[in-house]
Design a protein around this ligand. Sequence first.
Ligand SMILES: O=P(O)(O)OC[C@H]1O[C@H](O)[C@H](O)[C@@H](O)[C@@H]1O
Length: 277
Amino acid sequence: MSATDVVTLDRGNGTSCRIHRFGATVISWMCKNEEHIFVSSKAIFDNKKAIRGGIPIVFPNFGPWECGPQHGFARIRTWQLSQPPTKDSTGNIMATFTLEDTEDTRKMWNHRFKLTYKMTLLEETLQMEFTIENTGTEEFAFTCLLHTYFRVPDVRTVTISSLKGLTYTDKVKDDAKDVEQRDLVSIQENVDRVYIDTPTEHAIGNTAGGKTLLLQKYNLPDTVVWNPWQEKAAAMADLGDDDYVTMVCVEAGAVATPHTLAPSHSFQARQTFVVSA
Ligand SMILES: O=P(O)(O)OC[C@H]1O[C@H](O)[C@H](O)[C@@H](O)[C@@H]1O
């Protein structure tokens, strides 16, 4: 990984965020010396393969895709740093990354677009604003998602709130639909679920340092919960055998229903992590 590949936002006081320009992938968020983002011990940084961990950006398609690679191409393209890290008068630090269509993306998916991804590092908060513009002359449909891997001491003790009563698609059970019954979701096996139409905030308990993290989202109506567990983790070349224990993916997205964007229109979404108690 070369130094020019990584952009650092640093507030001091052990609070920083590092973003790899490949995929504009957040690879670290430290808050008061506590790392909240998981990156695999076997992650490959060859600017070809998606980084295993961090916050890959899924666009223009979530999951397997007839036009190109799983989860689309945004996570495997090098983004431009359009606004280098800048501090405002309150001490918050922001940086902005952009990605536009190229001949190569148009061969896969013949649409013109501009993605803008603005990160803001606040004192105990990390905010990610994601904008998709249709810069072409025809409408297009997409799904998108911020595929966050949180770093946790032990996934078996993690809890996720605000999913009770919601319908989910269970990708481990051939996309069977079911309704979540639990007040707090915990993970004790391979889980891969798309919860549909979720509220704007989840509290994730027992994350790094025993802290509860709030995941707040805007215009990202669905929440994916994923952990490959032991057997599937062992079969993944870029995930250490025991890495599944120290990660949980809670992913905010617009995936259950594709979103259609008219020419010259834009779609704006946001996710924010707040360190709570
Ligand atoms: O291996 P990847 O292409 O990075 O996908 C990793 C995972 O992403 C999401 O969480 C999906 O719901 C899973 O089905 C998938 O396995």
